[in-house]
Write a protein that binds this ligand. Structure first.
Ligand SMILES: [Zn+2]
Length: 216
């Protein structure tokens, strides 16, 4: 996991199955209305990045919703989600490789490799890079298993199923352990993030529809 993703998960901890985010229903964020900036993110958006003036949330003639704008120079600070690229690396035997997290949040729990897409790479390249960094596996991303929105963390998570074409499972500071799990042996109570659970369920529906992971 990159530094950026780690920071993101620290702020957007509602993804953690074991620790719901207390700020999720804060007044600054109204998911039911489909708008609003999460509290933790709004706290980082006080000043204009162009001139240093104060940002104000206000209606603007050119916009269809309130925006953070600078009265001094007119700059609008758009707030958009970032993309987290992840893979489900699948072995020749049809098992999925997961990593046991070496850092908080979710230390000791299982997740798929992934992290923030960098500004100068493709989705495909980001997925390959993050998977190699975190697991030691060289993968070839294939079909998209799922695309998951987490507005409370201001992220969109894309999960590719990926063929393992090289490397070897390697423990790192970020991964205490990297090992395969059969579709019918996923350690569900020890999965770190909801997005991991969602991706695994969608993958299992494809490869083993008889398992019905929602009915466990
Ligand atoms: Zn400004």
């Amino acid at each position: 996991m990159s530094h950026g993703e780690r920071q993101e998960f620290l702020h957007g901890t509602s993804d953690l199955r074991v620790a719901p985010d207390p700020t999720f229903r804060s007044s600054a964020f109204d998911p039911s209305a489909g708008r609003g900036v999460p509290t933790w993110l709004a706290a980082t958006l006080n000043y204009c990045s162009r001139c240093g003036g104060a940002l104000r949330l206000e209606p603007l003639p050119s916009e269809d919703r309130e925006r953070l704008a600078c009265n001094a120079c007119g700059h609008i600070a758009y707030v958009n989600p970032r993309l987290v690229v992840t893979t489900l690396p699948v072995t020749a035997d049809g098992d999925v490789m997961l990593l046991r997290r070496g850092t908080e949040p979710g230390r000791g729990l299982w997740a798929q490799p992934g992290g923030f897409m960098e500004i100068d790479e493709t989705v495909h390249d980001g997925a390959v890079r993050e998977t190699l960094e975190e697991t030691g596996l060289v993968v070839e991303p294939g079909e998209i298993v799922g695309l998951y929105t987490r507005p409370e963390a201001a992220i969109v998570v894309i999960a590719f199923v990926a063929e393992i074409i090289g490397g070897a499972p390697t423990a790192t500071a970020e991964a205490l352990e990297v090992r395969p799990f059969a579709p019918d042996a996923i350690p569900w109570p020890e999965i770190a993030f909801r997005t991991t659970e969602w991706a695994l369920r969608d993958w299992i529906r494809r490869v083993r529809p008889d398992l019905d992971p929602l009915d466990r």
